[in-house]
Design a protein around this ligand. Structure first.
Ligand SMILES: Nc1ccn([C@@H]2O[C@H](COP(=O)(O)O)[C@@H](O)[C@H]2O)c(=O)n1
Ligand SMILES: C[C@@]1(CO)OP(=O)(O)OP(=O)(O)OC[C@H]1O
Length: 159
């Protein structure tokens, strides 16, 4: 059995808006997230973790921020691409663990919907997907409420 682990990390800054999109779920908020795509920092991080496990670059190499065709794109497109690449290389996803880092919005109430949405996009059972959150105790850029950071790990298995 061939087991691969990958990690991901991403950050998006807050900007004007009335919601954020996190792990495929719309969360009402007093600000939005700035990005070339829909700025879904959760899905970007998970996507990068899968590319990392496969040693196939990162999200910006597959979907360059300079390319206008990705403007405003639903980040499900990126995650589906990474999962399909894994399958093409003979790997299945074993599990995903993701931690969102922000003071606000509160993630806990939305975590079940986020797990459901990631499961739909990735074609994986919900009990193989974890969405967690932490503040940074008001320290640093996340602590000052300047943006949201995310960490993720993905495990891939080739039988
Ligand atoms: N944006 C967030 C941040 C945290 N949580 C939940 O609160 C718990 C306590 O956070 P600390 O940073 O004080 O450890 C954390 O374990 C999460 O359950 C959240 O839902 N949304
Ligand atoms: C998702 C992409 C798509 O162009 O753009 P952004 O939404 O800006 O996100 P980021 O994580 O900064 O960069 C990766 C890009 O691939």
């Amino acid at each position: 059995m061939d087991i691969r682990l990958g990690n991901g990390f991403d950050v998006h800054a807050f900007g004007p808006g009335d919601h954020v999109t996190l792990c495929g779920v719309t969360v009402p908020h007093d600000r939005g997230l700035v990005g070339h795509s829909d700025a879904d920092v959760g899905l970007h991080t998970i996507t990068d973790a899968i590319y990392g496990a496969l040693a196939r670059g990162d999200i910006g190499q597959h979907f360059p921020p300079s390319d206008p065709q990705w403007k405003g794109t639903d980040s499900a497109v990126f995650l589906r691409h990474a999962v399909a690449l894994a399958r093409d290389l003979g790997f299945g996803l074993s599990n995903i663990d993701c931690t969102l880092i922000c003071e606000t919005p509160k993630i806990g109430p939305h975590a079940p919907a986020m797990r459901t949405r990631i499961a739909e996009i990735a074609g994986l059972e919900q009990d193989r997907i974890s969405v967690k959150a932490t503040t940074s105790e008001r320290l640093g850029f996340t602590g000052r409420g300047e943006g949201i950071a995310c960490l993720a790990t993905a495990a891939l298995v080739k039988p």
